[in-house]
Design a protein. Structure first.
Length: 157
């Protein structure tokens, strides 16, 4: 069966303090204080920013352009058991799409958003921006499976 062809077009680029994958924090929320990063939106997409004023958080989708070849199973650095890529947040995905919920600190000019809590390399292509909606995007009772604090790291799951 032939897979349908589709195209993803970057709408901007992300500027962070990290030049290499090794420098990136595993999770942008681990840094205190979290550095301010800049998200530059290309001119053709600037009208799409209308209405972001007053939002406190955004969801950014981006292309992990420096990710290595996909790895469907690997052992996370903080675990002893091999895990499937879809049970992790690892970057070695078949489609290397990154997602971050970021704190939106406002605009710096018409084409730059100031955000915190990113964990990607400087120059990462931006794919999309969505408002974070606490009424829709948060599931306080969600189970984290093997990642839950109570889960035994060495359990065969």
């Amino acid at each position: 069966m032939t897979q349908p062809e589709f195209r993803v077009t970057p709408i901007g680029s992300i500027n962070t303090p990290w030049r290499t994958i090794a420098e990136c924090p595993r999770n942008g929320r681990q840094l205190e204080p979290a550095p301010v990063c800049r998200v530059r939106v290309f001119e053709d997409y600037l009208p799409g920013l209308r209405g972001l004023e007053g939002m406190s958080h955004l969801i950014l989708l981006y292309w992990l352009d420096q990710a290595k070849s996909p790895r469907l199973v690997f052992t996370p650095p903080f675990d002893t058991q091999p895990r499937g890529i879809f049970a992790t947040r690892g970057p070695w995905r078949p489609n290397p799409i990154g997602l971050s919920v970021v704190k939106f600190d406002g605009f710096d000019g018409p084409d730059q958003l100031l955000v915190r809590f990113l964990d990607c390399v400087d120059g990462t292509p931006l794919l999309d921006i969505k408002p974070y909606l606490r009424t829709t995007d948060a599931e306080p009772s969600a189970d984290m499976g093997w990642l839950a604090p109570h889960a035994t790291r060495n359990a065969n799951t």
